[in-house]
Design a protein around this ligand. Structure first.
Ligand code: SF4
Length: 269
């Protein structure tokens, strides 16, 4: 087995590898489909995933120019309505300060070694001397700045934007905005030292995956078995049958990052 020369890495696939090399092998190299759910109760998971998708879609349409009064969710969806109202209220504070050229649901891809590294952005707002990434989060608990700085998403997004737009890293920043904590967005500025560190980190990680792919056999399974309860391959790996509960995952921010409800198709540029 080897890594295809044009393989597309993403924050999700790299996070999967760091979480568990075997999961990366099963999901991206062997493309192993497995009929299990990530978490229980299934209906609640599907409901939250759908709410997250619709919330992102509402913002995308709003950024693209549709007026807020035609986008208002129905009163039978109090959670979505509350998130939407929180978003609109934030527009006059944090969001109104964003550069005027705003694009929602954008995918940017850069070369890294012989591969591609792709990031799907909820929003990028740019001028010639400033670029801000905004990521909308609907997770119940708010991570700390330090936890966000360590997330693969933060590393990949800021790095990809700086490289794709050939910007000095100091002109890039990222804001995580939380629907449950609208007054507490977390802004993460970027600089040349972080960019150099990300380049080293991402290149080393990809080289490690590349070398592992040249060897036969099953890749190493995570030693953090709590992650297996939220992984679709748990029965294949003989790491249990029952999915973990959403309630239990809420207290573990690593698991929250593993279970995402915020996938929206991005527009490729
Ligand atoms: S079940 Fe556990 S060991 Fe198996 S791929 Fe998933 S996280 Fe890795």
């Amino acid at each position: 087995m080897s890594l295809p020369v044009n393989f597309h890495f993403s924050q999700a696939s790299l996070a999967d590898y760091v979480d568990c090399p075997r999961r990366f092998q099963l999901r991206y190299l062997l493309e192993q489909a497995w009929p299990a759910v990530e978490s229980e109760p299934l209906l609640e998971r599907e409901r939250l995933a759908e709410l997250g998708r619709r919330f992102h879609k509402l913002i995308q349409q709003h950024v693209e120019g549709l007026p807020s009064d035609v986008l208002t969710p129905s009163s039978s969806e109090p959670e979505l309505t509350r998130w939407w109202q929180n978003y609109l209220a934030s527009l006059t504070a944090m969001l109104s300060d964003l550069p005027a050229d705003r694009r929602a649901e954008v995918a940017l891809s850069i070369p890294l070694k012989t591969y591609r590294l792709t990031a799907h952005f909820d929003l990028i707002a740019t001028t010639t001397d400033r670029a801000v990434i905004v990521d909308w989060k609907t997770e119940q608990r708010q991570p700390t700045r330090e936890q966000l700085l360590k997330r693969m998403q933060t590393r990949v997004y800021r790095y990809v934007l700086a490289v794709a737009q050939q910007r000095p890293p100091g002109t890039v920043s990222m804001i995580y905005w939380f629907a449950h904590y609208p007054d507490q967005p977390i802004a993460l500025p970027y600089d040349a030292a972080q960019h150099a560190d990300d380049h080293q980190f991402l290149t080393t990680l990809i080289e490690e995956i590349e070398q592992r792919a040249q060897q036969d056999g099953e890749w190493e399974m995570t030693l953090q078995e709590r992650k297996c309860a939220y992984c679709v391959y748990r029965s294949l790996c003989q790491r249990g049958v029952q999915a973990g509960t959403l309630t239990a995952a809420e207290d573990d921010l690593d698991l929250v990052a593993q279970i995402t409800f915020e996938a929206v198709d991005a527009i490729e540029y």
